[in-house]
Design a protein around this ligand. Structure first.
Ligand SMILES: Cc1cc2nc3c(=O)[nH]c(=O)nc-3n(C[C@H](O)[C@H](O)[C@H](O)COP(=O)(O)OP(=O)(O)OC[C@H]3O[C@@H](n4cnc5c(N)ncnc54)[C@H](O)[C@@H]3O)c2cc1C
Length: 499
């Protein structure tokens, strides 16, 4: 690294020691810090965040209309009531997180502008040594007993853009939603958005308000659900002046109950569910619209994330003629837009590549265990939170279809319980290991492509730890079984090896 030649780096920095080092100040890291403070009082901690502020995903993404597609009753923490409309904008989510930080004094443990480069485990001392680059080119060094990985699952500084022929000759602007230029003015411009996931479904109606026209170009369709951005029971309970803690809990339970029923139906009666979802769209776009071509996916509902379109804004934009959908493939970029495989051309001033993320693991941190580079893809996961051969580390990976934070809260409980158990028993090191009965267990990719088939997962699955064929060696993505299984984890099970 060229920056290691900086004079400040030649003098070794003093090493600070903490009990727990949390990586990342997104929704998982802030939640982790809260739970650690509550459940393991007295434990020292630091949260290191590469960016200049908290928020993670909600700070990185600044494209027009940026909002959640989960409701905030379940995407919010279980310990802090959500009081706004269920689908929230990024600024609303950031404000909520800011309140959590302020109300719990967490700002004193967060260090912004610290990008962690390396984490080295040493079995002689049972400590991690972590090095982070600061903005000014200096290096901060820490030792920690435990690493709590809350770095998310994708690279924040760069989105995934496939390479198409002719991109360099396009005369307009190409932009990825993850790196949205502050000064991009789309007023009166022709826009093509490539992709049809939740991000595209947000950007299209938001830009369509001022653009000359917005075209959503998709290779294949996505399932959408629409509905009011409001929850009747929440409104009723508020009218009755029930306190917000109760409302939060009741609404969470109702949403989770209904989601469970819905998911169950996607397995037991997929065709009926499909007909209902398509029926919603037909009601908005009319019988003449080609729903088969543009809104009927090849996969079954729920096999990929099902995007929620609040107040049907995407479909209202299409119905009003301000937006349209084209289902085709790009042959080449041209000077003035795109030529598609069908021969159709799309003129554009701005092309938005809503084509997804670069999945990354462990925050691009170089991890070594006793001097050996960790090959993360060779490890086996214990319930998607710990990994064979990796001591004193837990990773928060939420749900891909239910709200991420449901799991972040539950993993935090397990980590805190584990830390308390180690303190009580005097253990300094914990590692998960396959038990004799697990040794011939078949291993597969972390995420079963049959269960979840999004592009970024398919592109990155080989980088992720493996799963076995027993629930304890899997990340099941099923909140409804994990809500009972995670609190019931027996920390004295031989899968946990302490020293
Ligand atoms: C546009 C968009 C919308 C989404 N909407 C939803 C939704 O509605 N519901 C849902 O459940 N999920 C949603 N997701 C998934 C979402 O990413 C997660 O739900 C959640 O925000 C992840 O939180 P996190 O804290 O685990 O990770 P992130 O939000 O990714 O935050 C990780 C943080 O760690 C920092 N970091 C990473 N590496 C390092 C390093 N080496 N050193 C220091 N810091 C580091 C990053 O800078 C970042 O701030 C969405 C994702 C995107 C991109």
């Amino acid at each position: 690294m060229a920056e290691t030649l900086e004079p400040a780096l030649r003098t070794p920095a003093p090493i600070e020691h903490v009990d727990v080092l949390i990586v990342g100040a997104g929704i998982s890291g802030i939640g982790g810090a809260y739970h650690l403070q509550e459940q393991c009082p007295g434990r020292s901690m630091v949260v290191l965040e590469a960016q200049d502020g908290f928020g993670g995903t909600w700070r990185t993404h600044r494209y027009p209309g940026i909002r959640s597609d989960s409701d905030l009753y379940t995407f919010g923490y279980r310990f802090k009531p959500w009081v706004g409309p269920p689908i929230a904008t990024a600024p609303e989510i950031l404000k909520y997180m800011e309140e959590v930080i302020a109300e719990n004094g967490l700002d004193r443990v967060i260090r912004y502008g610290h990008r962690i480069r390396s984490a080295r485990w040493d079995s002689a001392t049972n400590l991690w040594t972590v090095e982070a680059s600061r903005r000014d080119g200096t290096t901060a060094r820490f030792t920690a007993n435990f690493l709590w990985m809350c770095q998310g699952y994708y690279r924040h500084d760069e989105g995934y853009t496939p390479q198409w022929p002719g991109m360099d000759r396009f005369g307009g602007t190409i932009v990825h939603p993850q790196t949205w230029p502050e000064d991009l003015d789309h007023t009166g411009r022709r826009v093509v958005v490539i992709g049809s996931g939740a991000t595209a479904a947000t950007i299209v109606p938001a830009m369509a308000q001022d653009a000359a026209h917005v075209t959503m170009l998709q290779r294949s369709p996505t399932f959408f659900r629409t509905g009011r951005n409001g929850i009747d029971i929440a409104d009723e309970l508020r009218a009755l002046q029930i306190n917000e803690e109760w409302i939060h809990e009741i609404v969470r339970r109702k949403i989770l109950f209904e989601q469970a029923r819905f998911i169950d139906r996607t397995h037991t009666e997929p065709e009926t569910v499909k007909a209902e979802l398509l029926g919603q769209i037909r009601a908005l776009l009319g019988d003449d619209y080609d729903i088969d071509r543009h809104f009927t996916p090849r996969y079954r509902p729920w096999q990929q994330r099902l995007a929620f379109v609040p107040d049907a804004d995407l479909f209202r934009g299409i119905a009003a003629g301000r937006a349209s959908v084209v289902t085709d493939e790009i042959e080449t970029f041209t000077e003035t837009g795109l030529r598609l495989k069908s021969g159709q051309t799309l003129d554009a001033d701005i092309i938005v590549t809503a084509t997804g993320f670069h999945l990354n693991v462990l925050g691009d941190i170089e991890v070594t265990i006793d001097g050996e580079a960790l090959v993360f893809g060779d490890t086996v996961t214990y319930r998607g939170m710990m990994f064979t051969g990796v001591p004193n580390m837990a990773w928060v990976f939420g749900y891909l279809r239910a709200a991420w934070t449901l799991r972040a809260d539950m993993v935090a409980d397990v980590v805190c319980r584990l830390l308390n158990h180690m303190e009580q028993t005097g253990a300094r090191r914990v590692e998960v290991a396959l038990r004799p009965e697990d040794h011939n267990m078949p291993l597969g990719p972390w995420i079963d492509p049959e269960e979840f088939s999004s592009g970024y997962v398919a592109r990155g699955n080989h980088l992720l730890p493996k799963r076995g064929d027993k629930p304890e060696w899997q990340h099941t993505h099923d909140y409804w079984s994990e809500k009972d299984a995670l609190p019931a984890i027996d920390l004295t099970d031989p899968a946990f090896v302490y020293r």
